[in-house]
Design a protein around this ligand. Structure first.
Ligand SMILES: Nc1nc2c(ncn2[C@@H]2O[C@H](COP(=O)(O)OP(=O)(O)OP(=O)(O)O)[C@@H](O)[C@H]2O)c(=O)[nH]1
Length: 400
């Protein structure tokens, strides 16, 4: 039999050792925070941690919430990342040659413009009345007054100097003058590469209903077709269905969407979280959808500037794409002006060109803003967005 003091010591020691073993077991059970240490690719293993929400079968991304002070008094929104299960991930159509496939749509709607011009230029004697009619046709196609006058003047000079009445030669001159007006030297490429640790951040802006959300979805497909890793940010927190719509676009091609479940959440906060997720997960591009806003509402335009400033606490915004509905004609021009004053617009996306004979708006908008048309929307189909190519566009305008 052990003396009572020794027995007490043994019991105390045993209790201490058991406690120690317990603490070690709990500590081992905790998962360390994981981050990507390489560029993220479609075949990477799912990650966990942060505030990501994922259900069975979904990919999970790490989202580190930014400290409140980083958001410059931006209200914190409850942001979740959601990737609905997509039964099969679609493979978007290659970008190369898209305009060739969609050309028929441009030809169809701009047929009157092209045919009208060419028949006027085929007349034996192109007198002042004919030149007036040519100018009128150009104005009707939304080319704008300055550009229409410039084109007519240049064409008239060439026809006079070169003295040709051959319709094929005159058509060639018209083609060359149109190409010159649209300016094939403008850089229409998208700045879509990672720079160091920063993904390329692109904001998509514009008035209501022009096709912003659809454009973000289609653009994500263009980027995925070019092997880019993409994250979408649903900063259109105004229209309830927009986040859902965007999530669906993303899920179809395996691209995650950062969104908020709080209706009317602060768009700057959602945009920040999307970019933060993009940085942490080392994606190439973060595409941020924004709510449609009227260009005459100063508060809404200020909000756009704020979203950009907040994003830039994390990474620079490399593209601000202004979406303009081609069917709205001259109205699109005034929108373009106001938007470019609020945020530095780097490119135009001209949507719904399949539904208008006013292809001349391309020229008018570029001249007004000094910003190139980078993409054109030619239908409601998922792959009906094409990079703008000057020569192919002019060919389609003048097709017979
Ligand atoms: N025909 C045609 N329809 C298009 C094109 N682009 C978008 N649309 C349609 O335009 C409608 C509006 O598109 P959305 O993407 O919801 O527009 P939005 O600008 O996000 O709208 P708000 O969020 O309300 O401002 C949808 O029915 C689209 O399918 C296009 O190039 N051609």
């Amino acid at each position: 039999m052990l003396p009572p003091e020794i027995l007490t010591l043994v019991i105390v020691l045993a209790v201490f050792l058991l406690g120690l073993v317990g603490v070690l077991l709990v500590a081992r059970g905790k998962k360390p925070k994981t981050t990507y240490d390489q560029t993220r690719d479609a075949d990477d293993q799912p990650q966990s941690g942060g505030v990501a929400v994922a259900e069975e079968g979904e990919e999970t991304l790490t989202v580190e919430r930014p400290p409140a002070e980083d958001l410059d008094r931006v209200e914190q929104a409850e942001v979740v990342e959601e990737i609905p299960v997509a039964p099969t991930v679609e493979k978007p159509e290659p970008v190369q040659g898209r305009l060739a496939r969609l050309r028929a749509r441009l030809v169809k709607t701009n047929n009157i413009f092209g045919k009208g011009l060419l028949s006027l230029l085929s007349t034996d004697d192109i007198d002042e009345d004919v030149w007036d009619e040519i100018e009128e046709t150009l104005l009707l196609a939304d080319l704008g007054t300055d550009a229409s006058m410039e084109l007519v003047d240049n064409l008239r000079d060439r026809v006079t100097i070169e003295g040709s009445k051959d319709p094929a030669a005159v058509k060639q001159m018209l083609r060359e003058e149109l190409i010159k007006l649209i300016d094939p030297t403008l850089d229409r490429s998208l700045d879509d590469d990672r720079l160091g640790t920063d993904p390329s951040v692109m904001m998509v802006v514009g008035v209501n209903g022009v096709g912003k959300t659809t454009t973000v979805g289609k653009l994500a497909r263009v980027l995925v077709a070019e092997d880019k890793d993409v994250i979408l940010g649903a900063a259109d927190t105004f229209r309830a269905a927009a986040a859902e719509q965007l999530t669906t676009w993303g899920a179809r091609i395996g691209v995650p969407t950062v969104r908020s479940d709080v209706e009317g959440a602060d768009p700057a906060s959602v945009a920040f979280d999307a970019v933060a997720a993009g940085v942490e997960n080392e994606v190439d591009v973060v595409l941020v959808d924004t709510a449609g806003r009227l260009q005459n509402k100063a508060g809404l335009m200020d909000e756009l500037g704020k979203i950009k400033r907040v994003i830039e606490k994390k990474a620079p915004v490399r593209e601000v794409l202004l979406v303009i509905d081609a069917t709205t004609g001259q109205n699109g021009l005034s929108q373009a002006k106001v938007f470019s004053e609020a945020v530095n617009v780097t490119g135009i996306v001209l949507t719904k060109l399949d539904g208008t004979a006013k292809g001349g708006i391309v020229v008018a908008i570029q001249r007004q803003l000094g910003v190139p048309v980078k993409l054109i929307g030619l239908g409601e189909g998922a792959d009906d967005l094409a990079p703008f190519e000057t020569e192919a566009f002019v060919e389609a305008l003048l097709a017979e």
